[in-house]
Design a protein around this ligand. Structure first.
Ligand code: KIV
Ligand code: ZN
Length: 516
């Protein structure tokens, strides 16, 4: 019988705090819903004390999700812990995750505290957390560079005070499997009060060993693994959820451990994250990269056609990549489109199907073959929660390498057409300036990326932008066969998010005043 390993997903906390991966409330909720479908055991939804936005997101996720345990992170002090408790209190299964560093390096240079002080702080923090929430996890930050005897003492104090999950983080991604396995084993054997306690690992990927170290920790006795979708996280990231889950599944012969993850939801989870953040995975990324199941070499293609097992150690279907049997083109109707979406794992309402069909027919007019990626891009671009306050109706831009570019843009709002033109350093800049003139918002473009989401000369290009509108930065995304069109739509998408966020904030402020 395989032993159960709990998957603790920290995409929305450790992952979200990494550059380029920030998400707003709606985006976090969308990701959390997908993580629930993926059936992870615990979702670390955020760090409530870090910002109002983080607090609100943890609270909203706690209110909505029913299956997974929802954790809120807190440093080992009363203020942080009370804020985390307030945010997770609506969850069906709440958890407070509190942490403090234990390595001498951190004690001396960061905390400026003695070992005795940190030991005492651990005891107190866990007690405070335990008074507010039954389920408390304690992490010893930089555990892998901590003195093992001291670490054991801290863990025993945390358990005495009520922690039921003890996490051993490799915060700086320094350890290697040959060291981490025995390290974890020794900790577990030396902790005297471990009855009923789950040991956990949390491995960063600075040496590219996050997954290998996590698997070594499981073999040494950890039964919770902390990880993120696509391996996003601080610096080089965290151990990647999909690699851990599929390693355990594919090598059950050597790793007899089970997770509750629905592996067929892995690809969709990865796509949801990249679509929300615009941080793409490299094509050769294990499990979810564009090429993970693509065979280019003739010998490989021949082998796979004869029997997939020759070059595939797991099926694409097992991670939710369904190979195409139905080729869609401009003569396909709504029924075929609906079937295809179902095959891809999306059940669309009638209204969503109508919108998707509208985008599909437009694209089918411009492209001979519609790939699965086109269809996914259509529904993620076309079906969204944020209302299209402004819609792009027309765009014309001209430029060259010797002169300033110009653009004319028409936007529609509530049935009215607004037109503006502008100069710029390049056609995209000219478009964005014209859009700013119409909307009255001034956006500062922080990031701009173009990638091809489909294959062929007539590939659909996807543009991703991060735009700062004063107080907040919003992402925008759009796909089109024309890059300038996609650029303008992506920018308008970010504008609509900024407007939506403003309206939401003023509605909330009005409600708070009315309540007071
Ligand atoms: O890397 C780390 O040590 C952390 C802790 C807060 C668990 O993220
Ligand atoms: Zn971390």
């Amino acid at each position: 019988m395989s032993e159960r390993v709990y998957i603790f997903d920290t995409t929305l906390r450790d992952g979200e705090q990494s550059p380029g991966c920030s998400m707003n409330l709606e985006e976090k909720l969308k990701m959390a819903r997908q993580l629930e479908r993926l059936n992870v055991d615990i979702i670390e939804a955020g760090f409530p004390i870090a910002s109002e936005g983080d607090f609100e997101a943890v609270r909203a996720i706690s209110k909505e999700l029913v299956k997974p345990r929802i954790a809120g992170l807190a440093r080992a002090n009363r203020l942080d812990i009370e804020r985390a408790a307030e945010a997770v209190k609506y969850a069906k299964h709440p958890r407070i995750h509190t942490f403090i560093a234990t390595s001498d390096i951190h004690l001396e240079h960061k905390l400026r505290k003695t070992r005795a002080e940190v030991l005492e702080q651990t005891r107190e923090a866990v007690k405070i957390a335990r008074d507010l929430c039954e389920d408390v996890e304690f992490s010893a930050e930089d555990a892998t560079r901590s003195d093992i005897a001291y670490l054991v003492e801290v863990f025993e104090a945390a358990i005495d005070a009520g922690a039921r999950t003890i996490n051993i983080p490799d915060t700086v991604g320094y350890t290697i499997p040959q060291e981490f396995g025995p390290f974890v084993k020794e900790i577990i054997s030396r902790v005297s009060n471990k009855e009923g306690v789950v040991f956990s690992c949390h491995c960063h990927n600075d040496l590219g060993l996050g997954v290998a170290n996590s698997l070594a920790a499981v073999e040494a006795g950890c039964r919770q693994i902390e990880c993120t979708i696509n391996g996003i996280g601080e610096r080089a990231g965290n151990a990647s959820l999909e690699e851990i889950v599929m390693s355990l599944r594919t090598r059950r012969d050597k790793l007899p451990y089970e997770t509750g993850v629905v592996s067929e939801e892995i690809f969709r989870s990865s796509k949801t994250l990249t679509n929300l953040t615009g941080t793409f995975v490299q094509p050769n990324k294990a499990i979810v990269g564009k090429n993970a199941f693509a065979h280019e070499a003739g010998i490989h293609q021949d082998g796979v056609l004869k029997k997939a097992i020759t070059y595939e150690i797991m099926t694409p279907q097992s991670v939710g990549i369904f190979s195409s049997t139905l080729v869609l083109g401009k003569h396909s109707g709504r029924h075929a489109l609906q079937n295809k979406y179902q095959e891809l794992g999306y059940t669309l309402s009638k209204e969503e199907l109508d919108r998707a069909y509208f985008f599909f027919t437009k694209l089918a007019d411009q492209k001979k073959e519609i790939y699965d990626e086109d269809l996914i891009a259509i529904i993620q671009d076309g079906i969204k929660l944020i209302p299209d306050t402004w819609r792009l109706k027309y765009i014309h831009s001209a430029g060259g390498n010797q002169e300033l570019s110009t653009a004319v843009v028409k936007l529609e709002k509530s049935g009215e057409i607004h037109v503006e033109s502008s100069f710029g350093d390049g056609p995209v800049d000219a478009c964005y300036k014209a859009i700013d003139r119409i909307t009255g918002l001034t956006g500062k473009l922080l990031e701009y990326s173009v990638s091809s989401v489909t294959r062929g000369k007539d590939a659909l290009g996807e543009v991703f932008v991060h735009v700062n509108f004063g107080e907040r930065t919003h992402s925008g995304k759009a796909a089109s066969v024309d890059i300038i069109d996609a650029s303008a739509r992506a920018y308008v998408n970010a504008v609509n998010k900024a407007l939506y966020e403003k309206q939401r904030a003023s509605k909330q402020a009005a409600a708070e005043i009315a309540e007071a």
